[in-house]
Design a binder for this molecule. Structure first.
Ligand code: SF4
Ligand code: SF4
Length: 255
């Protein structure tokens, strides 16, 4: 009975709006535990901390749709890095803190129902050179059934494309989990063609492939750090692979 009440309260639409997020899903992390362990070990260089993460069998994935107007301006604003300030402010001073606040509320709610809950920080590269975070929020969102991994290695949601920021709360609550979506990019190569660092190979996501098969993070990182000598070098922001994706464009969006 308590479980039924929990499932009802966790009905994604109603809980998402209570938490002030646009997307919410539940992931079964079991099939991805070796990947989670390896990534966390790489980021933290600590086997013990990595193993602690794998003691949580499920994850709640929360997403906020970022401003279309700011994303649409990215291709123009990269010519003048100062113009990127509103985008950077929106992502790091508005959306990320809102995600953190939502994950805190969710954590307290899960703990109030006597479940374990571990909130993970919103994305900022832990290892700047390799752009490796301690946990992949997009993996949790993918396993929740909220989108597929695109050729740009981002999570592509059917409604907002890659224009979503994510956060994750790990838990042991025995909730019903989503089913991952697979390979919806088809013949599109917009993100591959637009990338100024040529960081994408254009290969579709396959869970058995390493990330390097699709995406060279070092090329992107070097470009963002300015080694490519680009106009956007001082901003550490590019985002062309987000702006180019047709799936996230308002004209594409299904209402
Ligand atoms: S952020 Fe820019 S440089 Fe990096 S992968 Fe995307 S398009 Fe390429
Ligand atoms: S731009 Fe095209 S290929 Fe790239 S992620 Fe979006 S749909 Fe997939």
């Amino acid at each position: 009975m308590a479980m039924q009440r929990l499932e009802a309260e966790l009905e994604p639409g109603s809980l998402a709006s209570q938490l002030g997020v646009d997307l919410l899903g539940v992931a079964d992390l079991t099939p991805a535990q070796p990947f989670i362990l390896a990534q966390c070990e790489k980021a933290l260089r600590s086997q013990e901390s990595a193993q602690f993460l794998t003691t949580f069998p499920r994850a709640l994935s929360l997403g906020i749709h970022i401003s279309d107007a700011l994303v649409e301006r990215l291709p123009d604003n990269r010519q003048e890095p100062r113009n990127l300030s509103p985008y950077i402010f929106h992502i790091y001073n508005v959306v990320n803190p809102t995600l953190e606040a939502a994950s805190l509320r969710l954590t307290r709610w899960l703990q109030g129902h006597s479940f374990k809950a571990l909130p993970l920080p919103a994305s900022s590269p832990w290892n700047r050179q390799e752009l490796v975070a301690i946990f992949s929020h997009k993996l949790a969102a993918h396993l929740s059934g909220l989108g597929w991994i695109g050729k740009n290695s981002l999570l592509i949601t059917p409604h907002y494309g890659p224009r979503v920021r994510w956060i994750t709360v790990l838990t042991d609550a025995p909730l019903e989990t989503g089913t991952p979506l697979h390979k919806k990019c088809g013949r599109c190569r917009e993100c591959v063609e637009v990338c100024p660092a040529a960081a994408f190979t254009g290969i579709e996501f396959d869970p058995s492939d390493p990330r390097e098969a699709r995406y060279d993070a070092a090329k992107c990182s070097l470009y963002l750090l300015g080694d490519a000598g680009s106009a956007s070098s001082s901003s550490h922001v590019c985002g062309l692979c987000i702006a180019a994706c047709p799936v996230g464009k308002p004209s594409y969006r299904k209402v």
